[in-house]
Design a protein around this ligand. Sequence first.
Ligand SMILES: Nc1ncnc2c1ncn2[C@@H]1O[C@H](COP(=O)(O)OP(=O)(O)O)[C@@H](O)[C@H]1O
Ligand SMILES: [Mg+2]
Length: 419
Amino acid sequence: MPESTSAAATGATIELENLTKRYPGNPQPAVDGVSMEIGAGETVVFVGPSGCGKSTTLKMINRLIEPTGGRIRIGGEDVTDIDPVRLRRKVGYAIQSSGLFPHMTVAQNIGLVPKMVGWPKPRIRSRVEEMLDLVGLDPGEFRDRYPRQLSGGQQQRVGVARALAADPPVLLMDEPFGAVDPITRDHLQDELIRLQHELHKTIVFVTHDFDEAIKLGDRIAVLRERSHIAQFDTPEAILTNPADDFVSGFVGAGAALKRLNLTRVGDVEITDWPTVTVDDPLQHIIDRLRAAGGNEILLLDRRGRPYKWLRRGDLMRAKGSLARAGTLVHDTVTRDGTLRDALEAVLTDNAGRVAVTGRHGRYEGVVDMETLMNSVHELLEADRLDALEHRHDLEEARADRTQSEQEGSGGFGEEGTKA
Ligand SMILES: Nc1ncnc2c1ncn2[C@@H]1O[C@H](COP(=O)(O)OP(=O)(O)O)[C@@H](O)[C@H]1O
Ligand SMILES: [Mg+2]
């Protein structure tokens, strides 16, 4: 393992305290007193309408924009006044259309910050290779290319590699996948999730796309004008218990459907289904069909993979030929698939169930429509209760704080200092 990997910096906390930005000539602040705490290793997504101050807030964290007021702490250290160049080491930054320098090669772009902070050349070179590898680009093929010789998705990958090159604990991303087509965007999102599983950076990600926010965020900050926080919570809580009409409007239609993206097939009940295999004697198959009553049985191939759905009568119609009888299994899901994938498969197949497979595509069970409906209903109920409890806790904590403040200011009594 190269030294840079074993000593990899994982995330650091970020604290924003009353962060404010006024642009000259505008009486209204663009960002008005934002306070929030982001945990080490957490992915927080800022989502909100265009012009609400997302980018301004983000750029103050790495001082690309100087705050007019407030404090920023990273890993407990106040960075509001430190040298912006030193901040580059702590904070990686990736933006839409990658922001690569067109006259520099891929390697020079990625090596930019390491060079700036004085790494020796061989270390930069090996770091560039490592980073290209990390984002799924072959170093031999891409190192010496110029940005214009890359597709949009590849440029975006290089942008992420550059942001991570100096191994900063914090990664800021401003609509990084906004300019690529939907399929590439989906892949890039998946890769970011994979990267984050490996790296545990603290990521602040800006988007105006709520679905992207749900997919990527551990928590989502829904921002309204002047970066006022409308709600800052987990995707589950926001979907099931939006704080107000503004948030509901942003969540958009289909909150319950979006919730399906957050639950894995492995989290719901997978039922046993009557199965037979292509090697079973015909009489055994007929007996199983009879025992199954009006229902289907699942025919597995020689390797135990779902092959066909068989109903009573299918065999007779096919004159006893297994090869001609029944309906081919079109779609299966794995335990890692989302409930949305499962529902999609159930609806497409038009038969109310989908087979679940494990390693090597082998049959493990079935999820049916009824289980899906019950699970979603239970999930939404549980979310709602969680969110209510959470809100209740917050209100209690606030009440406690107010009380102790009042007692404290009253005469510096013991109660006040204890709290
Ligand atoms: N350099 C600037 N000078 C003056 N106003 C600006 C500047 N940059 C942004 N603004 C204004 O600040 C507000 C927030 O902008 P921005 O942070 O870019 O929003 P978002 O990223 O959410 O779309 C907008 O009203 C925008 O017009
Ligand atoms: Mg912006």
